[in-house]
Design a protein around this ligand. Structure first.
Ligand SMILES: Cc1cc2nc3c(=O)[nH]c(=O)nc-3n(C[C@H](O)[C@H](O)[C@H](O)COP(=O)(O)OP(=O)(O)OC[C@H]3O[C@@H](n4cnc5c(N)ncnc54)[C@H](O)[C@@H]3O)c2cc1C
Length: 403
């Protein structure tokens, strides 16, 4: 596969740039998210203007939009533009109930990362398999509650947690479709799409970890977004008027690493920089694009290199808005540092360079880094140290982590 160097995008032309250079790798017409711009500058602004007050009461609110308590920080957290420790500290002065609830959610993100890393990114059901009866007609058409999810997913690339659960439950528990297909659909469009949190969210919804599926019915919509039901053409024939039937769960063989991590040191990655030679560039990954990426900080004078992984992207067939978000992040960084952008297989693209990089707790990083052989690897900024205790549930993981 050939490796090509691409010119740098600008913030103003990130859409055109993505269309020209990456348009053949995406599943739709390239467009920017309707409501998010990528980059450290946008991330810093989002964090500086975020006030946690009212979070506990309003985090589940869906409509009106002005009543939502969600922070909308997830796309920046996903790509390391905001680290979990930084976001954790930012809310320190808020009302204690809101701070506690918000920090619980940050811990859910950290739990998802630990679980994903220690199970090697498996897509197996954690503890319970779900019998799919599949093929049911996708009866969300005409339902205002599902139409709004589809619209926000496709055009914003972001959903509040509540509507993610509605959609995932409707897709699986009621319609009997497979959770992995639903997960892939979300992953293609969500700007915060990560296998770690997305997979956990879908598994949690179908009850694959807890044995208790999340049921979705009109009741939640009336409670969290009453205006949707009021204006819905199906309000007198609502397909989700009643709770869904129980789904059949079957005990699945335990996934190695869930109950006990035999190698927490490997899950963790290095706790100190591991430097074997001098570096000539900093390899940035989509996990860690922030100015405070530890390798970028350690080498302030080296150029940053980012590789659009062509084999991976052609397999994933993501929405263009996800790549526009990344292009915006690189354009923003290029205003402060030299940034080189390549397209191809990262292993080939980096073969003749001595790179410094930051460890990322995802199997794809390990696979590539083993072959790229960076000369300098920097620690991942964990919020909670990985431990060997149980991660069979959030509560068990948290207890073992003593947080
Ligand atoms: C089916 C499904 C799929 C999901 N897919 C993703 C995904 O791909 N990426 C992703 O980051 N989150 C995912 N989530 C979790 C959650 O919905 C989003 O993190 C949250 O809605 C992001 O919005 P926010 O930043 O306003 O969150 P806030 O409510 O403001 O929370 C602050 C931060 O805490 C973390 N967080 C909050 N809730 C959760 C949660 N349930 N699990 C893990 N972390 C959480 C996120 O980092 C979030 O940015 C999914 C949830 C479900 C039910």
């Amino acid at each position: 596969m050939t490796v090509r160097e691409l010119p740098s995008p600008t913030l103003d032309d990130a859409v055109g740039w993505t269309r020209t250079h990456l348009g053949d790798l995406v599943c739709d017409d390239v467009a920017a998210s309707r409501s998010f711009v990528g980059g450290q500058t946008a991330a810093d602004t989002a964090l500086a203007t975020y006030d946690v007050r009212g979070y506990a009461a309003r985090r589940n609110q869906v409509f009106p939009v002005s009543a939502r308590g969600a922070s909308r920080l997830s796309p920046f957290i996903r790509h390391g533009l905001l680290t979990l420790p930084r976001v954790w500290d930012h809310v320190a002065d808020g009302p204690s109930r809101d701070v506690a609830k918000f920090r619980d959610e940050l811990l859910w993100q950290e739990y998802a990362r630990h679980l994903y890393a220690r199970t090697g990114g498996t897509s197996r059901s954690l503890r319970y398999g779900v019998r799919e009866h599949g093929g049911a007609a996708r009866r969300e058409s005409g339902m205002a509650c599902m139409d709004v999810v589809r619209d926000e997913l496709l055009h914003d690339g972001w959903l509040v947690n509540q509507t993610r659960m509605w959609f995932a439950s409707h897709w699986t528990v009621r319609l009997g479709n497979g959770w992995r297909d639903g997960e892939d659909h979300f992953f293609a469009h969500l700007l915060d799409g990560s296998r770690a949190a997305n997979r956990l969210g879908w598994q949690w919804t179908v009850g694959a970890g807890t044995g208790k599926p999340y049921g979705f019915s009109r009741w939640q919509v009336e409670k969290r977004a009453p205006e949707l039901c009021a204006g819905c053409e199906l309000r007198l024939a609502c397909p989700v008027q009643q709770w869904p039937d129980d789904v059949e769960l079957v005990a699945a063989a335990p996934v190695p690493g869930v109950v006990r991590d035999p190698a927490p040191v490997e899950t963790r990655g290095p706790s100190q920089p591991v430097v074997t030679a001098s570096a000539d560039a900093v390899w940035l990954t989509a996990e860690s694009l922030g100015d405070d990426d530890p390798a970028l900080v350690a080498y302030p004078d080296l150029p940053a290199v980012f590789v659009f992984d062509e084999p991976l992207l052609s397999r994933l067939s993501l929405s263009g808005k996800r790549l526009v978000f990344l292009a915006q992040a690189l354009a923003d960084l290029a205003e402060r540092r030299e940034v080189r952008i390549l397209r191809g297989d990262p292993v080939e693209a980096l073969a003749d360079r001595a790179v410094a990089t930051t460890y990322a707790p995802v199997p794809g990083w390990t696979t590539r880094a083993t072959r790229v052989a960076p000369v300098s690897v920097h620690p991942w900024p964990w919020l909670v140290e990985p431990h060997s205790g149980s991660a069979a549930s959030f509560t068990a993981w948290r207890r073992a982590a003593r947080v």
